[in-house]
Design a binder for this molecule. Structure first.
Ligand code: DX5
Ligand code: ZN
Length: 218
């Protein structure tokens, strides 16, 4: 399968959000990656439901919502109504992870789990066949523009192993510090989806940068 590119709207120009959404619509990007932060689970607050609603009005591609919030269960229905196609919650924020995964699917969305850099792949062994996506955080969640953590490669290989071994069709997404310097090696290690925020929106030509990432060949 070809790798998928998910520009992270966190790095867009919020004063020109519609312009940046149209750029993504007209690019080779596959998904919109939307980061929701609550200032509790992570030390930052991004944006919430009204902004997602405005984004969804213009976005013509899959909406991939990454919740960096405590108690995500209470908002599952809300995010389904707002147009999320994929809803990713953090392993570290879910004491009843299996129940949360089922609730996301029951609401008609694909279910994703994100792992912080310190969380080992092994914690997913008993839910991997239930998942549509695992998001491996390659930075500590909370901010865009941080540098990529090298230990991520090892985790991608381990997760690829687990997915193949269990015949799960779950996708591996990498989030944080993705650039042309690590994209190829990540795909080679078994990743399927590359999230890129500052690398795309900070580029002189974001459309071309998306195309370059998309054409990363393992
Ligand atoms: C970090 C967010 C990321 C972030 C990525 O907590 O989950 O999606 O926007 O930004 P870059 O690509 O700049 O690291
Ligand atoms: Zn994210």
């Amino acid at each position: 399968m070809n790798n998928l590119i998910a520009p992270s709207i966190l790095a867009a120009d919020f004063a020109n959000l519609q312009r940046d959404i149209e750029m993504v619509n007209n690019s080779e990007a596959d998904w919109f990656h939307i980061d929701i932060m609550d200032g509790v689970f992570v030390p930052n607050i991004s944006f919430g439901m009204p902004v997602l609603k405005a984004i969804a009005k213009h976005a013509k591609k899959t909406i991939d919502v990454h919740l960096m919030i405590v108690n995500p269960d209470q908002y599952i229905e809300t995010f389904a109504d707002l147009g999320a196609t994929i809803l990713t919650v953090h392993y570290e924020a879910c004491p009843h992870l299996h129940r949360t995964i089922q609730a996301i699917k029951a609401a008609g969305m694909k279910a994703g789990i994100a792992l912080n850099p310190h969380t080992p792949i092994a914690v997913l062994e008993d839910v991997i066949t239930e998942l549509d996506l695992v998001c491996i955080m390659s930075v500590n969640p909370g901010f865009g523009g941080q540098s990529f953590i090298e230990n991520t490669y090892k985790k991608v290989s381990q997760l690829r192993h687990l997915i193949d071994f269990t015949k799960s069709d779950c996708l591996i997404e990498i989030d944080g510090g993705v650039t042309n310097k690590n994209a190829n090696a990540l795909i080679e290690a078994g990743a399927n989806v590359l999230v890129a925020g500052s690398y795309v929106f900070g580029a002189e030509n974001p459309t071309e940068t998306i195309a370059d990432l998309k054409n990363t060949i393992a």
